[in-house]
Write a protein that binds this ligand. Structure first.
Ligand code: ZN
Length: 273
């Protein structure tokens, strides 16, 4: 059966060559229903006006992306990052976003354990700021290949553990198939997250085999080896019925005509999600 587009959202980074104004218009015309806004897409813009433009085009703002990156070698730098996250929380509220995605961060000059300790501290600090505007925060565990610089949290289990330790109603998890598809404990951990309604977001793309670049060679759904419909079923079985967000970093796709690419995205969503 062909899937309709009612739950399809796209991250602005997916169509990076388009300024956000154009992305909003093109997504809406294509029948996409939601947009997740990367911070760089807001540079130099009146954020309130962009929020209004999104809503008046009929799109829902699904999330702002991305906060986090807490670990750093010096206390001064760590504090600066916390302040930067607080600023992004206020910006997200101004835009009218209900959710901020958090990429936890890591620093290769210290142990992963120390980075995780700094992540916990950073999260505690910014949860207080999130409370002031009622913004939800979703921690995104990343694939272990990014443990050096991007995330000391590399499994859904670790993200679940952190949510339990911090125990806050505004804190949950972003499940991205690219980062978790390989994990033998995925069903168990999705169940664990679902039991407490902690699945806040669901991101899709595909793992190309072979892949030529571990950051910017992500595939369209159906192009790789991830069982996206299977993971989707599991996520939904555990209570998540929100937007399905297409988030693809791809030098190859960024270099093609973005309207043609958008058509490929909706087609891939219909057939392979
Ligand atoms: Zn993601």
């Amino acid at each position: 059966m062909m899937e309709n587009l009612n739950r399809l959202a796209i991250h602005t980074i997916t169509t990076k060559p388009w300024p956000i104004e154009e992305a909003i218009e093109r997504y809406a015309s294509a029948g996409v229903k939601g947009i997740s806004v990367w911070r760089d897409a807001l540079d130099g813009r009146n954020v309130k006006k962009i929020g209004e433009k999104i809503r008046s085009s009929g799109l829902s703002i699904v999330a702002t992306v991305r906060g986090g990156f807490f670990p750093a070698l010096s206390e001064t730098e760590r504090q600066a990052r916390i302040e930067d996250n607080k600023a992004f929380i206020q910006l997200s509220a101004e835009l009218g976003s209900p959710l901020l995605v958090i990429v936890p961060g890591a620093h290769p000059g210290q142990s992963l354990e120390e980075s995780r300790r700094q992540i916990r501290k950073g999260m505690e600090a910014i949860l207080k700021e999130a409370e002031t505007v009622g913004l939800r925060l979703a921690i995104e565990p990343l694939h272990p290949m990014y443990a050096d610089t991007r995330s000391a949290i590399v499994t859904l289990e670790q993200a679940n553990d952190l949510c339990r330790e911090l125990e806050h109603p505004l804190l949950g998890i972003a499940v991205d198939v690219y980062h978790v598809w390989w994990d033998p404990n995925l069903p168990r951990e999705l169940k664990r997250a679902g039991e407490r309604n902690k699945i806040f977001a669901f991101h899709v793309c595909d793992w190309k085999s072979p892949t030529t670049d571990f950051l910017n060679d992500r595939g369209l759904m159906g192009e790789g080896c991830i069982d996206i419909p299977g993971i989707r079923r599991d996520v939904e079985k555990n209570g998540f019925l929100g937007f399905i967000e297409v988030e693809i970093f791809s030098t190859r796709y960024w270099s093609m005509d973005q309207q043609e690419y958008l058509e490929k995205i909706t087609e891939a969503y219909r057939q392979h999600v």
